[in-house]
Design a binder for this molecule. Structure first.
Ligand SMILES: NC(=O)c1ccc[n+]([C@@H]2O[C@H](COP(=O)([O-])OP(=O)(O)OC[C@H]3O[C@@H](n4cnc5c(N)ncnc54)[C@H](O)[C@@H]3O)[C@@H](O)[C@H]2O)c1
Length: 374
């Protein structure tokens, strides 16, 4: 029987990306496999139904039919509540699911025995996260582009030009977390001529940034004292931290209250719960900022959907080797052979295979190896 890979339209507020681009569909093995694409799923990212058909996909008019016929469902963002009813035990759901922060979704996946793969948690032995990384690259670069815009007086900011001009100092950018988001934000901020500081607890990350910019970006060990000191005169402060499980509120309300009026705090890590204490709500691309203590707060959980064409292509290319393997071997064999892919499996046949998630949900943890036997 043909197993279908399905590409639903993304339903999260402000989401414009699509999980598979026509060129990547064209590169997947065709025997015994088909690709279903929901009608107009790629339009906002610049990919037409005709392009998908040319690449060999079948366009499906309704989400009901798509989920019904699918075995593998490939999403960018987590399914929304109205999609939960489609879940069933034959589904393998792959996407940035953020289950640590999406308890209701996690409970539904367990109840309906879906095999779920949380792409943001897929990691290699040396800590790289190959599927999150392209979106983090986009988000880091966009954060500076957007932050610079919010500093403009007409946008509610302090009226500072990030790069300064000869004779007038540049703005200051403080980035908490020197991983992929942090490095890419630093690249654009440094390129614009800003005064940039990156704080991290991992010495290797700080050393990498120091070398990448030949010392042109300052690096500091991250702790409450250095964060407070660097934040005080920042024009843009970016939360770019990742920890599995509950996120620490590293930038406290007291720190934000000390910041300059019209400065901007941006919690790129908001999709994981965020690290800035004064961010008490997520924002959207339509209304990206709100003001609190005189500081603009930006907390958009899907930053890359401002540039869906670049982001969808980058996502699809990162997914390609995994999808190719799943296409050829099926999910069980792929998980057994590919230990990197296996790190993303969160739930399987009603069991919780992610230790962190089991802890958060207060449920029993089952080792994936015990279920699929590796
Ligand atoms: N909003 C969006 O659209 C979007 C897009 C991509 C990524 N993200 C989020 O951005 C965050 C960063 O992603 P990434 O790919 O750069 O992760 P990463 O793992 O590459 O980097 C995270 C960094 O945080 C550092 N860190 C951990 N604890 C810290 C602390 N106490 N102080 C300072 N640094 C600390 C780690 O050492 C690491 O270098 C994640 O939460 C991710 O989910 C959001």
């Amino acid at each position: 029987m043909v197993k279908y890979f399905a590409v639903p339209k993304e339903l999260k507020a402000g989401e414009t990306r699509v999980s598979l681009t026509p060129d990547v569909i064209g590169m997947l093995p065709k025997e015994e496999r088909g690709v279903l694409v929901e009608k107009d799923a790629g339009l906002l990212a610049g990919f037409t139904n005709e392009e998908y058909e040319k690449a060999g996909a079948e366009i499906v008019s309704t989400p009901e039919e798509l989920w019904e016929r699918a075995t593998y469902v490939l999403k960018i963002k987590e399914p929304q509540v109205e999609e939960y009813k489609f879940f069933n035990s034959k589904h393998v759901l792959l996407g940035y699911l953020h289950l640590d922060n999406e308890k209701q979704l996690a409970e539904e996946l367990i109840k309906r025995k879906v095999c779920s793969v949380s792409l943001e948690t897929i990691h290699t032995k040396n800590g790289e996260r190959p599927i999150l990384s392209p979106m983090s690259q986009v988000a880091g670069r966009i954060a500076i582009q957007a932050g610079a815009k919010f500093l403009e007086r007409t946008m509610g900011g302090s009226g500072i030009l990030l790069g300064g001009v000869p004779g007038v100092s540049a703005g200051k950018v403080v980035i908490i977390g020197g991983g992929t988001v942090g490095l890419n934000a630093a690249r654009v901020a440094h390129g614009m001529g800003a005064d940039v500081s990156v704080l991290d607890v991992n010495h290797k990350k700080l050393a990498k940034i120091d070398l990448a910019f030949n010392g042109g970006v300052k690096t500091f060990y991250s702790n409450p004292m250095t964060i407070a000191r660097e934040a005080k005169d920042a024009d843009i402060l970016i939360g770019a931290v990742y920890v599995q499980g509950k996120m620490p509120k590293l930038v406290t309300a007291d720190v934000v209250k000390q910041m300059k009026k019209g400065s901007v705090v941006m919690d790129v890590a908001i999709d994981q719960g965020g690290v800035i204490e004064t961010i008490d709500r997520i924002t959207t691309h339509e209304n990206p900022v709100y003001e609190k203590y005189g500081v603009l707060h930006y907390a958009v959980p899907n930053v890359p959907s401002t540039v869906p064409k670049t982001a969808s292509l980058a996502f699809s290319y990162a997914m390609f080797p995994y999808l190719h393997q799943i296409c050829e071997e099926g999910i069980i064999a792929a998980i057994k052979k590919n230990e990197v892919l296996a790190t993303g499996v969160s739930t399987f046949n009603g069991m919780v295979t992610s230790e962190k998630l089991a802890d958060i949900l207060d449920k029993e943890h089952t080792e994936l190896s015990m279920i699929v036997g590796f």
